[in-house]
Design a protein around this ligand. Structure first.
Ligand code: KIV
Ligand code: ZN
Length: 389
């Protein structure tokens, strides 16, 4: 249930654009359509479906996603030139709610690539945002590498983009360079000091090069951003982007100190995470927050005992809330008697204390030789014990 005492944070998913830019993560046309449908169904507000000028295939995928989506706004990416923007519009215009996202690198390093002066770039921003706005009511503009752009210049170009009609200003931490305190302050300062900033939405787009993408995104929200750009499983260039599942669950679990909510149905997280891992060919690391194989698994005796008595002892969210049916009690060499007893009971063996003691010795002996002891192993141990008796 939506808590209206909290501020809404819009979720902008860029799995199909930034995520797919990850070397080796290319998805087929049908896979992209399937992931877009899942994102649409789980309540993601905006889907960045691709970069239409990049290839004929990207153009077709974005157009078809735009035609098929029922709830989400469909966005395409375009560089700061009319040709890119026109192509982007051609692809997204079929959507019930289309958005053009145009960007240019504003930091000194990025300005040096097209060799533009600050004034020339400012002029280009004015022209291209105006061009996009003449095509579409919903225009997002990004100063790429914003977090390494000089403050004065950043404030100046953000103001120009707002005046030219941008409705969302995204502040990318393109190389994952910022830190939470700085991320919050930057958004706060832009909102406070740039004329017109209070009339548009600020977004945060963080990369994970220093492992701070989720923390930086949430800090930006504390600073006033109301759109988080993210990807499923944190897929994305280099070390990836802010992970959708992490921000959604962080806001859900710690709403007491972060009074914001999203409209994403978190129970659909696990399904889409597995599907994105499969189609992108990027497996999820076992200890990945929220969606890793071990995120709801317990092997050590102390943890298992606590879990069997009260799940909240070692879990801060319910597995059902991310789409899992139950916590995974893994039996291994660190497991204790309580977990073994519970597992055997599940398998239909209700053992007396002396039988359990005997079984525990044999279980530990096996666990020392094997990483994980599965149900079949326990059944085999039980049968061997029965044969000996
Ligand atoms: O990381 C980045 O700066 C981007 C922009 C295109 C928004 O992905
Ligand atoms: Zn990015």
């Amino acid at each position: 249930m939506t808590d209206t005492s909290k501020d809404r944070v819009v979720i902008f998913d860029t799995t199909l654009r930034d995520g797919e830019q990850s070397p080796g993560a290319t998805m087929t046309h049908d896979e992209k359509l399937e992931i877009a449908a899942m994102l649409d169904d789980m309540g993601v507000d905006i889907i960045e479906a691709g970069f239409p000028i990049a290839s004929e295939g990207d153009f077709r995928a974005v157009s078809e996603i735009a035609k098929n989506s029922t709830n989400a706004t469909i966005c395409g990416l375009a560089r700061a030139n009319p040709k890119d923007i026109d192509r982007c519009w051609e692809a997204v215009k079929h959507a019930k709610s289309p958005r053009i996202h145009t960007f240019i690198g504003t930091s000194p390093l990025h300005r040096a690539i097209p060799d533009l002066t600050q004034d020339d770039m400012a002029e280009r921003i004015h022209e291209t945002v105006t061009h996009a706005r003449n095509l579409c009511d919903n225009v997002q503009w990004s100063p790429m590498d914003a977090t390494r752009t000089e403050w004065d210049y950043l404030a100046r170009v953000v103001e120009i983009a707002i005046k030219a009609g941008a409705t969302t200003i995204n502040i990318p931490d393109t190389v994952g360079y910022t830190a939470p305190v700085e991320s919050a302050e930057l958004i706060q300062r832009l909102i406070a000091e740039v004329p017109g900033a209070d009339e548009i939405v600020f977004a945060t787009h963080c990369h994970n090069d220093l492992g701070m993408a989720t923390a930086n995104a949430l800090a930006a929200v504390a600073g006033g951003a109301r759109q988080i750009e993210c990807t499923i499983n944190g897929l994305g260039e280099r070390a990836g982007n802010t992970a959708l599942e992490e921000v959604v669950m962080a806001l859900k679990v710690r709403g007491d100190i972060m009074p914001y909510y999203t409209e994403v149905d978190s129970r659909k997280i696990m399904n889409i995470s597995r599907r994105v891992a499969t189609v992108s060919g990027f497996p999820v690391q076992y200890n990945k927050a929220i969606v890793g194989k071990n995120a709801f698994a317990h092997e050590s005796g102390i943890h298992q005992d606590g879990m069997l008595k009260n799940a909240e002892t070692f879990e801060i969210m319910r597995p059902e809330d991310v789409g899992l049916t139950e916590t995974n009690i893994v039996l291994g060499k660190h497991s204790g008697r309580a977990a073994l007893r519970a597992k055997l009971k599940d398998l239909g063996y209700d053992l007396a204390e002396n039988q359990l003691n005997d079984m525990f010795v044999r279980f530990k002996d096996l666990a020392d030789r094997k990483k994980e002891v599965y149900d079949e192993d326990l059944i085999a141990l039980m049968r061997a014990g029965e044969d000996e008796a």
